[in-house]
Design a protein around this ligand. Structure first.
Ligand SMILES: NC(=O)CC[C@H](N)C(=O)O
Length: 298
């Protein structure tokens, strides 16, 4: 199991409803992964203020005011810290790599679960809908969002093991399935210098895609290369600062459904997560074909 939902909005008048719509979609997928969940929101003015970079961490382990003060001092720029237990979100008007380096130095034991200029990633344990409400997802706005409910197959049920795996700037990958050769792929990536945070198979896929993108490969090609190198089962939803992509393995036994209108592209593991979206009766609805890479751009 595992439940995936994602919403890529084309119509700006829907941006204020992103969180409300995504929460409704996520609520339908709770039974596919009731113990932990995560979400990524693109363009929310509180979570990702314009002109700021954002870094999300688990295990910050220090008081928000103290953390903001120490980071402000080490960066020489004002830092804001938002607590969304167990996730901590850190903002500053500096380039993302500068903020990331300062967070790594100040919080060496924390796990970085997302970073970028436009995305905020929130993960935790417990009932996905309660988590989403606790994070304030229903009132989030923005142009794109992804959420995932996890039924673990490859690593322990922990906040860090939940999806999304957001390991490149403004990137986010969620997965339903399991990669059967993930240890081989992990060893190969490690030999090329890639560093991992978890034992999770999905992280290996996310690190592979992030590496391709960092080397200038486009998202469609990166997902084709993933299909050539990774064995096992997968429906993947991958988002970036300007794209939203879906791909399934050659057997495509993990469910996926897409609804497309002039106003949005929505994807979910099952139709019931899409049924409450505005204009769904007029949407073009289809099941993604095996091995075909679908990419929509902003
Ligand atoms: N049930 C699933 O789809 C699990 C996804 C992934 N293999 C994980 O364990 O996180």
């Amino acid at each position: 199991m595992c439940g995936i939902v994602g919403l890529h909005l084309r119509e700006p008048s829907l941006y204020p409803r992103l969180g409300e719509l995504l929460t409704g979609m996520l609520g339908e997928m709770v039974d596919r992964g009731p113990d932990s969940a995560g979400m990524a929101i693109y363009g929310d003015p509180t979570w990702s203020p314009a002109g700021h970079s954002s870094v999300s961490v688990l295990g910050a382990g220090s008081d928000a005011v103290f953390l903001a003060d120490s980071l402000t001092e080490s960066l020489g720029a004002a830092v804001t810290v938002l607590e969304a237990d167990p996730t901590t979100v850190i903002h500053a008007a500096v380039p993302t790599d500068v903020l990331l380096a300062a967070v790594r130095e100040t919080l060496p034991a924390a796990v970085i679960i997302g970073f970028g200029e436009d995305v905020t990633v929130l993960k935790g344990m417990g009932n996905p809908l309660e988590l989403a409400r606790g994070f304030g997802l229903p009132s989030a706005s923005g142009w794109q969002g992804v959420a995932h409910t996890r039924m673990a197959t490859e690593s322990a049920v922990t906040a860090a093991g939940s999806h999304p795996f957001a390991v490149g700037p403004d990137q986010c990958l969620v997965h339903n399935g399991s990669f059967s050769n993930h240890l081989t792929m992990k060893r190969e990536l490690e030999s090329e210098g890639v560093v991992f945070d978890s034992e999770n198979d999905t992280e290996v896929g996310a690190r592979f895609v992030a590496k391709q993108l960092s080397e200038g490969v486009d998202l469609e090609k990166a997902l084709r290369l993933l299909g050539e190198r990774f064995d096992g089962f997968y429906t993947l939803l991958v988002s970036t600062s300007d794209s939203f992509a879906v791909v399934r393995d050659p057997i495509a036994c993990k469910p996926a459904i897409v609804a497309e209108t002039d106003q949005y592209v929505a994807m979910a593991s099952e139709y019931r997560a899409l049924a409450g979206l505005p204009g769904i009766d007029q949407a073009h609805i289809f099941e993604p074909e095996p091995e075909e890479v679908y990419v929509w751009h902003r």
